[in-house]
Design a protein around this ligand. Sequence first.
Ligand SMILES: Cc1cc2nc3c(=O)[nH]c(=O)nc-3n(C[C@H](O)[C@H](O)[C@H](O)COP(=O)(O)OP(=O)(O)OC[C@H]3O[C@@H](n4cnc5c(N)ncnc54)[C@H](O)[C@@H]3O)c2cc1C
Length: 461
Amino acid sequence: MNLNPCNDKHFKHLQTLVDADRFSCGASVLDLHAKDQSQHAPCRPEVVIWPQSAQEIRAVLKYANDQRLAVTGWGSGSSLEGNPIPVCRGIVLDFSRMDRILDIREHDFQADVQPGVIYQDLNDKLRHTGLFFPPDPGARATLGGMIANNASGTRTVYYGSTKDYVLKLTVVLAKGEIIEIGNRASKTSSGYDLIRLFVGSEGTLGIVVGATVRLVGLPVEFSAAVATFPSVEAASRVVYEIMRAGLNPAAMELLGPECIELMNREENLDLKLSPTVLMEFHGSTTGQLKEVLEIAKEICASEGCLMFSPGVGRAERDRIFKARHALGEMIIRNHPDCGILVMDVAVPIAAYPELTAAIKQETSKTDLVTYFLSHAGNGNVHLNIAGRKDDKLQWEQVNRMSEQLVRKTLALGGTATGEHGVGLGKRKYMDEEHGAALAWMKRVKDLFDPNGILNPGKIFP
Ligand SMILES: Cc1cc2nc3c(=O)[nH]c(=O)nc-3n(C[C@H](O)[C@H](O)[C@H](O)COP(=O)(O)OP(=O)(O)OC[C@H]3O[C@@H](n4cnc5c(N)ncnc54)[C@H](O)[C@@H]3O)c2cc1C
């Protein structure tokens, strides 16, 4: 990578490309774009630009490519692996002023959006249509950031992740060429699937300036259940059995008692302090959902379930899942002197009980404060590990635990990142996870971005 720092000549030229109020080198602006929500060290860009059109982005990229300046996209900065940290400085493109929902084609179940649209705002706008966009990461994320990270969330076990909802993208490539990829058909076998290549590429192959996303109907009927267990191991075996029984939960979250304690305290809930599985089922009739809950109850009972509360109403369900979504922020708030490392490993579902057992064994060896939370139906665990901010030795312990668990995950046929992306934090596992395929990823990167200007320093070790 051979990139140049911005100098006065560059600033002068870049300033001519956008309005004055959409260009800044101010210290506070640079600081706001130096860090995501991870524990990775901040790094200031040299300039922040708020583009408003594909043409402006094209002009910036053409110039940056000619001059070998780094360019990094910025959605909400809510990433957890350092994905948008501009480690090679240069230019940050902040998409908060490209936040328009351009078209909602209700009859096709599709919406056209700019990259800066926040997914919760899209869903608010869709409410009257009976449709929604299912991927739901906990933070207020943009569609551009979600596409770049292939984000997912609590409903992914049933609805899939962001990659399953992107039909079409408009992308500006490193040299300034604007291309459209994909189409609006609900299925296609036409050529290489460039959509899947760009989704999850973390802004390293091109800049997304527009997207057509798929929407689905809101469920007609839903039912939720809360089940508590004597141990995380018993609960994780239940997760496996429920998936194997083909009950198709719309959410299947497993939380340790330490998470439940926090949720009870902060959100005034009254859940039992034990390992807990939160389940949600969507369907077309209440009769069908009743049967599903009966089977789920039997499976839970077979593993010594301490309590099974079926038929949780919508208001209570909303309260519990609101608390579940807020859990990450609660953990941070409750440890003001600590940084929190959020693990994001995922294994094939049959290996999930073995992974949870390994986590228990590893956490019991230390006095580190940990929180076990998991999109269990996807075999995806976010162990949160707290480390005192200025305690170097403790951070070595935190990182060691995280590394050991990632390696265990890979040995189980899993992945170092289920949904947060590689960013800076997971680069070191890419060789082990991908072997020879990593070199082919690098060739793809070099083809789209021969000068390495797009989000440099990410994904590759
Ligand atoms: C409390 C909390 C809970 C979370 N829970 C989840 C969860 O359950 N599931 C999950 O998947 N994630 C979760 N996340 C992580 C995060 O919200 C997601 O990764 C999200 O997709 C990031 O979106 P963003 O808009 O903040 O993007 P940013 O963090 O700003 O950027 C993400 C990446 O996208 C690139 N980028 C941004 N816009 C563009 C564009 N237009 N074109 C090309 N590249 C672009 C950036 O360069 C960067 O590489 C959580 C985060 C927090 C803080």
